[in-house]
Design a protein around this ligand. Sequence first.
Ligand code: NAD
Ligand code: MG
Length: 379
Amino acid sequence: MYQNITLLGSTGSIGRQTLDVVRKLGIKVCALTANNSIKLLEEQAREFKPRAVCIADENKYLELKNNLADTDIKVLGGNDGILECAKLSESDVVVNAIVGIAGLRPTLEAISAKKDIALANKETLVTGGELVKKAIRENGVKLLPVDSEHSAIFQCLQGTPNGSLKKIILTASGGPFFGKTRDELENVTVKDALNHPNWSMGTKITIDSATMMNKGLEVIEACHLFSVGLEQIEVVVHRESIIHSMIELNDNAVIAQLGTADMRIPIQYAITYPERFESPAESLDFTTLRSLTFAKPDRKVFECLALCEEAFRQGGVMPTIANGANEAAVALFLEGKIGFLDIPKLIKKAMINIPNKQNINIDDVFNADKMARELVLKG
Ligand code: NAD
Ligand code: MG
């Protein structure tokens, strides 16, 4: 079990749940970071007494510094401050709970400082998959999944011999709009889209779940994490979110990981791996479970899933283009500026109009991201 953690994105949904786990395990927090929620970050800093905190929004830096002036906590600001936290010498693992491509550089920085990574920030692997894997190999660090499906797969794989994995069965809740037609999706509101049936999460991933972009991003995440091809991943809609994913082995045995829909289980496993400790999450009560259901995803209605698969097939910066267009489109949708079905439309437009590039470096990734965002903002 890790004893010293740095937590990036501590004020978000995953960040706060990570602190629940940390509080219960009684391990030391070295650094906490947030984008702009200085009040909560200050509260967290006073409770966990890290060596450093960082607020990415530089306009909030002086206020946070003043507010923590009576402590000996080092207060940092801006993206450079986040990178400084990511490589802090005291920590042995960095939990990355930042949302979006903003998490990519901090992940790479932590890896180059030889930190193990507990990764919730799936956009890190979607946009920088190959670069991150190369850095992991070169620095000999571990990459532990926090995303519930990927944690499930990782848990199922424990003790299976190398080469025995036939396929991954990635479960999806289907989100609030499962079973709807395209016509019915035309006029759904932000409020409808934020109404996820099983999970309480940050707004961006909640919209991604409604479009099934989230599952598309997770397909790419799984290909990178477990070194499998698209043909080895089957997405299955499982409305109850009790089975968090499954693996099928060469002999057709299927292994599943089940539990309540509580992210503190996968978060804790990433921190305590390979050990198991008591969790703040509820235990699963089978007597109250009526049924577990399974269905095929509809890639015609939920085009984002198919678009992500196509982006991964094309490789290079195409997954970054799809991701960047999605990040920008989701922000516009949340501001009420575009409709729900404009999200896949804009992703498709970006994928068609922005040229792909193979054999990429980090600058190529950020250029592609910028072009995709600009294209979406132009409409
Ligand atoms: P959130 O919006 O609730 O929290 C995001 C955190 O990142 C906040 O602390 C915010 O201050 C920080 N942040 C945002 N933009 C930043 C920037 N530009 N620079 C630095 N910090 C920034 O999001 P979340 O739901 O906790 O999700 C975090 C990540 O975990 C996402 O990649 C998401 O896909 C993934 N994830 C979330 C869940 C979940 O249940 N919430 C489940 C699986 C995976
Ligand atoms: Mg997930």
